[in-house]
Design a protein around this ligand. Structure first.
Ligand code: ARG
Length: 566
C-alpha cells in the first residue's frame, strides 16, 4: 500500500471518518516528516477544541505494524507528521512497480459508470481558435483520465451548425462571395466570411432583416438554401476533423444543433402545457427568478429556435439514447448562468437526471490587451498557432539532429509542437484566464511539454542501454534525491483519484512537471549506468524505470505523445 493510502486507512480507522485528500500534505521541510495529516484542524473547528489535543489523541491510538511504511509519527502544533522507513518504503514501492508495470496507478474508481464528456463543440461557419483548443485539450485529457480510472466514457461533440452565426455567414457569402471556394482550409475561410458579415452588419444594421430572413428560411429547410448550407457546413466539419486528427482526439458521438430543433420545440410545447413555461412578449419563457436565476427564454418570438431550445432536447437525448449516468459539459465560463438555468428548467420539467448534469467550465484565453473575438477577427486561430509551433520545433530538431531525413524531422517536430500546445493549455487551472503570449508559447524549456517529453526520452535512453530489467531489487541505502523522487512517484495513484473527484486536469500537468524536475535532479546527482556497486545500479535502474512509467502515463493521459528522440 502506498503511504498516502496507508495514512488514510490508519487515520480513517481511528476517527471512523473518510480521510479527505486535502487532509494529507507533503511538508516542504523534512523535519516535519515525509507526509503530514491535517485532519485535526477540521475536527477542532467542528468540535471547538484544540487541534493539538485531538492530533495527540489520534496518534496515541495508532499502532504501526511491521508492514507499515512508517517508522515514526509525531505531532507538532496540530499536524500529524509521518516519517518513512526510507529503505523499506523505496524497496517495496519499486518492487511493486516492477511487478505491476503499466498497471501502476490504475484503480477501479469508475466501476464502469457510464459518463459522457461533451467537449470541443466548435461552431461551423466560424473559425476554430485557441479557445477551442483549450476546451478540446481539457475534455480530451479528462476523458483519458476517467477512462484510465475505469469509467465507461463516451466522448461527445456538439457542433453548432445552425443559428444566427450560420445565417450571418451564409448571408455574406451569398451577397458578396457567391460561388467562391478556396482550395483548402475551407472552414477557416468561412470563418473570415463570418467576421466580414459581422463587420458589415455593424456598419449597416439594416442588413439585420436580410439575415433574419435567411435564418427563417434555414429553419423552414428551404431547399435551395439548405443545399448551400450543407456544402459549407461540410467545409467546416472537414476542417475540424483534420484538426482532431492532428491532435489525436477522437469522438464516439456527434450531436448537431440542427438535428435537435424539432425535438426541442416539442419540449417547449410540453413546458407550456405543463405551465412551467409561459408566453411573455410573444416568446415562451421560464421564470426562474424564485431561484435567483432570472428569466430563461426557450424560443424567439417569431417561433425560431434558440440555443436553449436545442439544449433541452440534447440533455434528454444523451440520457435516453446512451444510458449514461453522468453528463459532463465542458463549456466556457461565460455560460455558467445559462447552464444553471438549463438544468433548473429540466428539473422543473420533471427530468430526474438533471442533477447528474455537470457544467465543467473553463476561462478564456486572452491577450494581455484584452479579449479575443471571432466577430472582430482578432482571435488566434488554431492553425496559425500550430503552424508556428511546428516551424519552431522543426528548427530545434534540426539543430540537434542535422543528419536525419526531412520526413523524420517533420514528424518529430509535430509531436513536439502539439505536445507544447497541449501542455501550454493544460497546465493552467481551468478557472484561470490564460494570457496568451507568443513568446511563452514557443518556449521549450522549464514548465513546458517538450521538457517533460525530454525527461521521458532521457529515461528511455538509459533503459535501452541497460537492457533487460530485473524483476526484484533491494534498497540498502537511498540518497535524499532518490527518496524525494520515489515519494513523488508514490503519490500518483492518489492523484488520479483526486482528479476523478475534482476534474482538475491541471493537477496532473503540475504533478508531471514536478516529477520530471525531481528526476532531473536525481539524474544529476546519482550515476546510473556508471555506478560500480551492482546492487545500487539495479536499484537506480528500477528508479528510472518507475519514473519513466509514470511520466509516460501522465503524458499519455494529457494526450501528449513521446518522440523516440529529440
Ligand atoms: N457551440 C457552442 C458555443 O460555441 C457550445 C456548445 C456547448 N454545449 C452545449 N450543450 N450547449 O458556444
Amino acid at each position: 500500500m502506498e503511504p498516502i493510502e496507508e495514512i488514510k486507512k490508519i487515520v480513517g480507522k481511528i476517527t471512523k471518518l473518510e480521510v479527505k485528500d486535502n487532509w494529507i500534505e507533503v511538508p516542504p521541510d523534512k523535519k516535519f516528516g515525509d507526509f503530514s495529516c491535517t485532519i485535526a484542524f477540521d475536527l477542532a473547528k467542528e468540535m471547538k477544541r484544540n487541534p493539538n489535543e485531538i492530533a495527540n489523541e489520534i496518534v496515541k491510538k495508532i499502532k504501526l505494524g511491521k508492514e507499515s511504511n512508517f517508522s515514526k509519527i509525531e505531532v507538532i502544533s496540530g499536524y500529524i507528521n509521518f516519517f518513512l522507513k526510507k529503505e523499506e518504503f523505496c524497496e517495496n514501492l519499486l518492487n511493486k512497480i516492477l511487478k505491476e508495470g503499466k498497471k501502476f496507478g490504475r484503480l477501479n474508481i469508475g466501476k464502469r459508470i457510464r459518463t459522457m464528456v461533451e467537449f470541443s463543440q466548435p461552431n461551423t461557419h466560424k473559425a476554430f481558435h485557441i479557445g477551442h483548443l483549450r476546451n478540446t485539450c481539457l475534455g480530451d485529457a479528462l476523458s483519458r483520465i476517467l477512462e484510465f480510472a475505469n469509467f465507461d466514457v463516451i466522448r461527445a461533440n456538439y457542433p453548432g451548425d445552425i443559428g444566427t452565426h450560420v445565417a450571418r455567414c451564409l448571408w455574406c457569402y451569398l451577397k458578396f462571395h457567391r460561388g467562391e471556394e478556396p482550395k483548402e482550409r475551407k472552414g477557416e475561410w468561412l470563418g473570415k466570411i463570418y467576421a466580414e458579415a459581422c463587420k458589415r452588419i455593424e456598419e449597416n444594421p439594416a442588413y439585420e432583416a436580410e439575415v433574419k430572413e435567411i435564418l427563417k428560411k434555414l429553419e423552414e429547410r428551404d431547399k435551395k438554401l439548405i443545399n448551400i448550407w450543407r456544402k459549407t457546413r461540410k467545409w467546416s466539419l472537414d476542417d475540424f476533423k483534420r484538426i482532431y486528427k492532428e491532435l489525436d482526439v477522437k469522438f464516439d458521438v456527434y450531436f448537431f444543433e440542427s438535428e435537435l430543433e424539432r425535438k426541442g420545440k416539442r419540449i417547449v410545447e410540453e413546458a407550456l402545457k405543463k405551465g412551467i413555461a409561459k408566453i411573455s412578449e410573444g416568446a415562451p419563457i421560464v421564470d426562474l427568478s424564485a431561484y435567483g436565476l432570472d428569466v430563461f427564454m426557450l424560443l424567439r418570438s417569431d417561433g425560431t429556435s434558440l440555443y436553449s431550445t436545442k439544449d433541452l432536447a440534447l440533455a434528454k437525448e444523451k440520457f435516453e439514447k446512451y444510458k449514461i449516468k453522468k453528463s459532463i459539459y465542458v463549456v466556457g465560463s461565460e455560460q455558467k448562468m445559462y447552464f444553471q438555468q438549463l438544468f433548473k428548467t429540466l428539473e422543473l420539467l420533471g427530468f430526474k437526471q438533471a442533477s447528474d448534469c455537470y457544467h465543467l467550465s473553463y476561462e478564456l484565453v486572452m491577450f494581455e490587451s484584452g479579449k479575443m473575438s471571432s466577430r472582430e477577427g482578432t482571435v488566434v486561430l488554431y492553425d496559425e498557432l500550430a503552424d508556428k509551433m511546428k516551424e519552431k520545433a522543426y528548427e530545434e530538431v534540426r539543430k540537434r539532429n542535422p543528419k536525419i531525413s526531412e520526413k523524420e524531422a517533420r514528424k518529430i517536430a509535430e509531436i513536439i509542437a502539439i505536445g507544447a500546445m497541449k501542455y501550454g493549455m493544460l497546465k493552467f487551472d481551468n478557472n484561470k484566464v490564460i494570457i496568451f503570449d507568443w513568446e511563452k508559447m514557443l518556449e521549450f524549456e522549464g514548465d513546458t511539454g517538450p521538457y517533460l517529453q525530454y525527461a521521458c526520452v532521457r529515461a528511455n535512453k538509459i533503459l535501452e542501454k541497460y537492457g533487460e530489467i530485473e524483476n526484484k531489487i533491494r534498497c540498502n541505502q537511498v540518497e535524499e534525491v532518490e527518496i524525494e523522487l520515489i515519494k513523488q512517484i508514490s503519490i500518483f495513484p492518489a492523484l488520479i483519484k483526486k482528479i476523478c473527484e475534482t476534474y482538475k486536469v491541471n493537477l496532473l500537468a503540475d504533478y508531471c512537471y514536478r516529477l520530471a524536475s525531481k528526476f532531473n535532479e536525481f539524474y544529476d546527482k546519482c550515476p546510473v549506468l556508471s555506478e560500480k556497486d551492482e546492487e545500487k545500479k539495479r536499484m537506480r535502474i528500477a528508479i528510472v524505470h518507475a519514473t519513466k512509467l509514470v511520466i509516460e502515463r501522465c503524458l499519455l493521459l494529457l494526450g501528449i505523445k513521446i518522440p523516440e528522440f529529440m
